[in-house]
Design a protein around this ligand. Structure first.
Ligand code: ADP
Ligand code: MG
Length: 216
């Protein structure tokens, strides 16, 4: 399993500084949440980690070979003129695992519908199902539960925890919701307002990683 080491000195977009000094590691089994205010650079950081943007001062390294990534973008990037099921299989999911996840996400009856016909909440559930269906060796999740209603957020949290129990892959989870970070992650990294710098890198106590913590 891969371990991720990030050591960003600075990142500019169109000449403007959007990320300052952010350095951390994610161990092979670890779920690490990135929390920070809107616009601080979280999505930019995730794109750098994914290798979708390589223009930075600093380094992003995986131990061993670069892992196969399961990724959720902040705006779900689906293939609109493919069915819901095809959005999974084209991404590399097996039919059986794809259908199992659609069922778990409450999308079984949408399997043969065009992805363009899904509501935003359904599209987000499909985007998460796709990331979990492709036998990923690492997960990069950009606000995966945003704009889901309370019931679907709870469902998605349960599905994520089940996934990590079966497959403890290194995960970076971006969220601006501290309660969600505490409920899901082993460690929480708190970023400053943009250009983001790393303010705190803090472990979450075992007992806090439950929905009880969210209800409190
Ligand atoms: P977050 O995900 O934390 O809300 P982003 O990473 O999306 O923040 O954005 C960080 C900063 O970079 C914001 O000020 C945003 O306006 C800016 N930004 C994002 N994309 C671009 C781009 N393509 N060109 C220039 N600036 C951008
Ligand atoms: Mg973002």
């Amino acid at each position: 399993m891969s371990r991720l080491t990030v050591d960003i000195r600075e990142k500019r977009l169109a000449g403007r500084l959007v990320l300052g000094a952010v350095a951390f590691t994610v161990e092979a089994h670890e779920v690490v949440a990135l929390v920070g205010p809107s616009g601080c650079g979280k999505s930019t950081l995730l794109r750098l980690v994914a290798g979708l943007d390589r223009d930075l001062t600093g380094t992003v390294r995986w131990s061993g070979a670069a892992p196969r990534l399961g990724m959720v973008f902040q705006q779900p990037r689906l293939l609109p003129w493919r069915t819901v099921r095809q959005n999974l299989t084209i991404a590399g999911a097996g039919l059986e695992e794809g259908d199992r996840l659609l069922d778990r996400m409450g999308l079984a009856d949408k399997a043969d519908v065009w992805a363009s016909q899904l509501s935003l909440g359904m599209a987000r559930r499909l985007a998460l199902a796709r990331a979990l269906a492709v036998d990923a060796q690492a997960l990069l999740l950009d606000e995966p539960l945003a704009s889901l209603d309370e019931g679907n957020q709870r469902l998605a949290r349960v599905i994520l925890r089940e996934y990590w129990l079966r497959r403890p892959v290194p995960t970076l989870l971006v969220t601006h919701d501290l309660a969600e970070a505490v409920a899901l992650a082993h460690r929480v990294l708190v970023l400053s307002p943009g250009p983001a710098r790393l303010l705190f890198d803090h472990p979450v106590p075992d007992g806090a990683r439950t929905d009880a913590a969210l209800a409190a």
